[in-house]
Ligand binder design. Sequence first.
Ligand code: BTN
Length: 242
Amino acid sequence: MDIIKLDAIDSTNDFLKKLSKHSDVENFTMVLANSQTNGKGQRGATWFSESGKNVIMSVLLKNLSITNKQLFDLNVMISISILNVLIEYKIPKLSIKWPNDIMSDNKKIGGILIENTIKTDNSIISIVGIGLNVNQTNFSTFPKASSIALLTGLTFDVNQLAEDIRKEIYKNRVSLSTSNSNYWELYHQNLFKINVPSTFEDNLQNKFMAIIKNVTREGKLQLLLEDDSIVAYDIKEVKMLY
Ligand code: BTN
């Protein structure tokens, strides 16, 4: 499985997307960069990362045994794969904040941006982008962020960590097509603030209290509202304030 190491690039996701459009890129090819000039986050946000200190990676996945109705399965499998690796690295108090932020205690240490292309034959090509804060220790402008180094007091080999994550994703790819795999169960078990009253904000900036009950197969967040109704929100409709 190929690894492409870059110093600086606009976005490893965009780089891999363009490459796979113009050439036959091997499945599970990984692009690593020291820094990005236009790192992309969820909801159109920018992903910032100090040069050379963190995991900035994108992996190409093709021929997945999922339909376009099961695309969130991939988010769940990738989140669990990262969590499994970080458990091996003994990172404390890990959880997944819906849809797929990697948390330690109350701080975000990593994020995932999956970009899917559905081809004319209905097959899916996914670019799985992962940013993980590893050896960066200054987050003065990001009070809700932290890194593995800050949490453990240790420094880590960023390339090794990226390779360990890719291996775990490769191992877990089969679980996408297996009906008895437990990654959805693990996702819910590790879901940040599940069953805990929390504050949310809808896209009209209304703040409200609710309790996370579930994430649906389509990836919607099911909240129990104060009037006892249960409403499912998609990623563009709500965010958790924490
Ligand atoms: C998030 O907002 O939580 C998702 C962040 C994803 C960042 C990674 S860094 C590597 C890859 N390339 C990008 O441009 N974004 C993802």
